[in-house]
Design a protein around this ligand. Structure first.
Ligand code: F6P
Length: 366
């Protein structure tokens, strides 16, 4: 029977477990064998006990658990060809040539590199006597299905990445909790959220949390934002609003590319309004905890689709990123998703903000 490997890589995200469960059970159902590659690409590079066969019951009771039960890592060795050569050897020795990769931009870029190099790496392993020719022939192509696992929602090819919705729930819970203490003291709170260079969590969290102001990398405020923000906060107070929440994306910048930090926002409130605002940095609380219903549903759907694609794949198949668009599964060629994601990051870095938002296509549209 065909052998599928499943791995989670990069920052963990709620919903990775439902995705793993779906891949495993749909593969077993279809008569395939399925292996967990533990600790992400690190497990592929290390081999040994990090590559283990999974059974139906091995993924019982994980649907509601945050993080990833098969472990993840940000693997440095896999960035080097030498690391990918070791990964290829370990995978082929286990007879694995189909991979469901659940990870962020970096992890999926690595997956595509391994796929491109695969025939060459196998030839090298044969020449070095590390695998025999029959083995290389039997696994001459590496087939990959990518699922985007990241709370940042920063990848092209899906409306929502796995974990974003759960992280938003964490953010909203925190903003609601903060609002009550803020209202009691008539205070302004600055809430800093994750997302790297992507403002999705901050923007969506601000809308859903009813925040007064937000800072995101894709739409830096005009010069003089300090006065503008303070005027709005002041107007709210005059209208009877007792609490004000400002959400700052960790990657927020001004128009000249300088970071706007929570401390900068606090200082502006002090200078202009004499307010003594409080800062709450939500940190990894956003990434942990139980996956939302949406993340469970979406990840299960994507996991089953990944298995179907992997079992139907042959040497002519283009590896895809599987995502969700308008509540249906969509596929984008892996290389395209990676390249477009990079291009958007470059546009943001070059201050082409309109271009970046337009190129994002899905996820940010009105
Ligand atoms: O990519 C997910 C993410 O949580 C980002 O939002 C954040 O910047 C980063 O990972 C934190 O990384 P680490 O867990 O390695 O500190």
């Amino acid at each position: 029977p065909p052998r599928i490997g499943v791995l989670t890589s990069g920052g963990d995200a709620p919903g990775m477990n439902p995705a793993v469960r779906a891949v495993v059970r749909s593969a077993l159902q279809a008569g395939a064998e399925v292996f967990a590659i533990r600790e992400g690409w690190q497990g592929a590079v290390e081999g040994g006990d990090d590559i283990v066969a999974l059974d139906w019951d091995d993924v019982s009771g994980i649907m509601h658990r945050g993080g990833t039960v098969i472990g993840t890592a940000r693997c440095q060795e896999f960035r080097d060809r030498g690391g990918r050569r070791r990964a290829a050897l370990n995978l082929v020795r286990h007879g694995i040539d189909r991979l469901a990769v659940i990870g962020g931009d970096g992890s999926l870029t690595g997956a595509d590199l391994l796929r491109q190099e695969w025939p060459e790496l196998l030839a090298e392993l044969v020449a070095a006597g590390e695998i025999d020719e029959d083995m290389a022939r039997a696994h001459r192509n590496l087939m990959i299905a990518g699922l985007v696992g990241s709370i940042d929602n920063d990848m092209v090819g899906t409306d929502m990445t796995i974990g974003t919705d759960s992280a938003l729930h964490r953010i909203i819970d925190a903003v609601d909790a903060i609002s009550s203490t803020a209202a009691s003291h008539q205070r302004t709170f600055i809430v800093e959220v994750m997302g790297r260079e992507c403002g999705y969590l901050a923007l969506t969290g601000a809308v859903a949390g009813g925040a007064a102001y937000t800072f995101i990398p894709e739409a830096p405020p005009a010069d003089g934002w300090q006065q503008h923000m303070c005027e709005l906060i002041q107007r709210g107070r005059e209208a009877g609003r007792r609490d004000s929440v400002i959400i700052v994306a960790e990657g927020a910048r001004d128009r000249s590319g300088r970071p706007i930090t929570s401390a900068d926002v606090r200082q502006a409130l002090k200078d202009n309004l004499g307010q003594d605002a409080r800062i709450t940095i939500l940190g990894h609380v956003q990434r942990g905890g139980t996956p939302s219903a949406y993340d469970r549903w979406m990840s299960s759907l994507l996991g089953v689709s990944a298995t179907e694609d992997l079992l139907a794949a042959d040497s002519t198949s283009v590896p895809s990123v599987l995502g969700i668009h308008r509540n249906a599964v969509i596929r984008t060629p892996l290389i395209e998703a990676v390249q477009q994601t990079r291009a958007i990051a470059s546009m943001v870095a070059a201050h082409d903000f309109e271009g970046a938002v337009a190129a994002r296509g899905v996820g940010f549209s009105r």
